[in-house]
Design a protein around this ligand. Structure first.
Ligand code: CTP
Ligand code: MG
Length: 553
């Protein structure tokens, strides 16, 4: 059972202030522009990583006075920001201004003595606060739920929206990762890094995938990558002189075996020593070996890999695409929710389309518009400078990293048009002979007979949707055609004035079969409420979508 993660956000937190500050002067605040990052991916990652290293996670007693709690912790140094959340208990994330404060707190902390149980002493940044005298004061913090919106709320906000464009932006706003949730993701990686550092003192555990590529939905899994590059590079920093020292290392027959050995040891370590890591599974024979576990305190389902630098690079590429134009994320989130509502994606590994493949399809579609909404990967490569040059395992991963060097799109199509055209485009796509390729942004002949062929942008001989079978592809095509039809009907019917019709995006999210009637105006109230119930259920199941997701790995 996935723990429920709810955040208790403090009124006027530093995070909120920061977000306000990020608004460009004179811009109109609508609530989602602040989520469009303008920093380089590496800059953003380094900044967040550094913040996470100054941060501690504290399991708190249920009744706690926030004021006293902060006063107590401030003895160790000034606090930059903090928030509370609930996940089988009350937790606090506290970011100090200086890293030394964490050491100071650690030095004051004692290992628990639990009678017959023995504690394995491990110096972590995850604490358990016990109060000598229970306070009766209620905490004055405000609760803010970090799960996706309840289905009821989502339905309501979508129905209340003013236009289809407004619906798409609303959906994005409701589902995107919050500032606090992002902080918690970086903190979790940082806590795992502490464990891995016992073996590899210079390692870095970096989040990748939807946690950082701007396409993450609240509740999505946390993909992390153990980066041993620093350790590797140390051996190449040779100094001049008569003596050259190198590490004495053990050799294994292949890179894959090295990866399996590293992950195997870390899996054991997480299982045996790491506070809060449960359900550790070593999945070492997968194409990309990984250790899967649940981080109980944060509520995240985590996948730890190593030697997976290309996946980190594709996260960086998606980050750039997500940041280039505000329509991209709204469209991707909508297509992902649409696919989930129609059971095209699943939490169970299998022949379904994955969220990653869907994101690639949206990016490809946006490259084919005239004028294009997004540039091709080849053109991003042309814009690259010497600093951007990057070859990983013989694959060319060079592309421009500085967002300011990419010209904004001249395309002015609305989200409504783009959504309609997306369904029309893929409802008629020649999947039997053509492949999708974001490098060139145009259809190409399929190199093999896989039903759906989406070229991996960096390992160009790989198909990222190799797992998809013909029947799943057909289902996708059929639903895309049906959705085109629904949106055309919307045009014919004109705007709804009755106030209770499930229009626009809501009609698209309704299960197949219910759709045809839902666009017409002659439907009974009872039938509508039934359909809404089904919609609510399907969206609800979406909230645990990534609990066991291994698709495409
Ligand atoms: N990845 C890849 N090739 C695949 C599958 C995944 O390169 N065939 C990389 C992508 O960079 C992807 C990351 O691994 O973003 C994580 O994979 P996954 O968790 O399946 O996808 P996410 O993008 O994180 O989406 P979700 O929200 O469904 O987890
Ligand atoms: Mg993921």
């Amino acid at each position: 059972q996935r723990p429920v993660l709810r955040l208790l956000s403090c009124p006027g937190t530093v995070a909120e202030d920061l977000r306000r500050d990020e608004q460009p002067p004179g811009s109109v605040e609508t609530g989602f522009e602040d989520k469009i990052p303008k920093k380089r991916f590496s800059e953003m990652q380094n900044e967040r990583r550094e913040q996470a290293k100054r941060t501690v996670l504290i399991h708190c007693p249920e009744k706690i006075s926030e004021k006293k709690f902060l006063k107590y912790l401030s003895q160790h140094g000034p606090i930059n920001n903090h928030f509370f959340y609930e996940s089988f208990g009350l937790y606090a994330v506290v970011e100090f201004c200086q890293k030394e404060s964490v050491h100071s707190l650690q030095n004051e902390t004692c290992a628990p003595s639990k009678g017959i149980e023995a504690a394995i002493p491990f110096r972590s940044r995850f604490f358990n606060l016990k109060l000598k005298n229970q306070t009766s004061e209620r905490s004055c913090v405000q609760m803010s739920n970090q799960l996706p919106p309840s289905s009821k709320k989502l339905f309501q906000v979508l129905c209340d929206a003013e236009s289809i464009d407004d619906q798409l932006n609303t959906l994005l706003k409701e589902f995107q990762l919050t500032e606090e949730n992002t902080k918690l993701r970086y903190l979790t990686c940082s806590l795992i890094e502490d464990v891995a550092a016992a073996y590899f003192p210079d390692c870095i555990v970096r989040p990748f995938g939807s946690s950082v590529n701007t396409f993450g939905k609240l509740g999505c899994d946390l993909d992390m990558f153990l980066d041993l590059n620093e350790t590797r590079n140390l051996s190449t920093h040779k100094t001049s002189g008569n003596f050259l020292m190198e590490f004495q290392v053990k050799n294994v027959p292949s890179e894959r075996i090295a990866t399996q050995k590293i992950l195997s040891v870390l899996g054991e370590c997480l299982d045996n020593f790491s506070p809060g890591c449960v359900g550790v599974q070593k999945i070492l024979n997968a194409r990309c070996p990984l250790v899967r576990f649940s981080h109980q305190a944060s509520g995240f389902q985590c996948d730890l890999t190593t030697n997976n630098r290309i996946a980190l690079t594709s996260s960086e590429l998606l980050y750039i695409y997500g940041a280039l134009d505000s329509r991209v994320r709204a469209l991707v989130f909508t297509v992902r929710c649409w696919a989930r509502a129609h059971l095209l994606t699943s939490s169970i590994p299998g022949a379904w389309i994955t969220n990653f493949s869907l994101t690639m399809m949206v990016i490809f579609f946006l490259q084919t518009r005239s004028p294009p909404v997004l540039p091709t990967l080849d053109s991003l490569q042309t814009l690259a400078d010497a600093e951007d040059k990057c070859i990983i395992e013989g694959n060319n991963c060079t592309f421009v990293r500085d967002l300011n060097r990419i010209k904004p799109s001249e395309n002015t199509e609305t989200l409504e048009i783009l959504l309609k055209e997306f369904f029309e485009y893929f409802g008629n796509f020649a999947f039997n002979k053509n492949s999708i390729n974001i490098r060139q942004g145009r259809e190409q002949n399929k190199p093999d007979s896989s039903p759906l062929y989406i070229q991996n942008p960096f390992e160009t001989s790989l198909n990222i949707s190799k797992n998809v079978n013909q029947s799943q592809l057909q289902k996708f095509v059929h639903l895309a055609q049906e959705s085109t039809w629904i949106l055309q009907q919307e045009d014919l019917d004109g705007p709804d004035t009755s106030g209770n019709r499930s229009w626009g995006l809501v009609a698209l999210l309704l299960p197949s079969g219910a759709n045809r009637k839902s666009v017409g105006k002659k439907k009974s109230k009872k039938a509508t409420s039934e359909k809404i119930k089904v919609l609510l259920e399907s969206i609800k199941s979406n909230r645990t979508e990534n609990f066991t997701d291994t698709n495409g790995k």
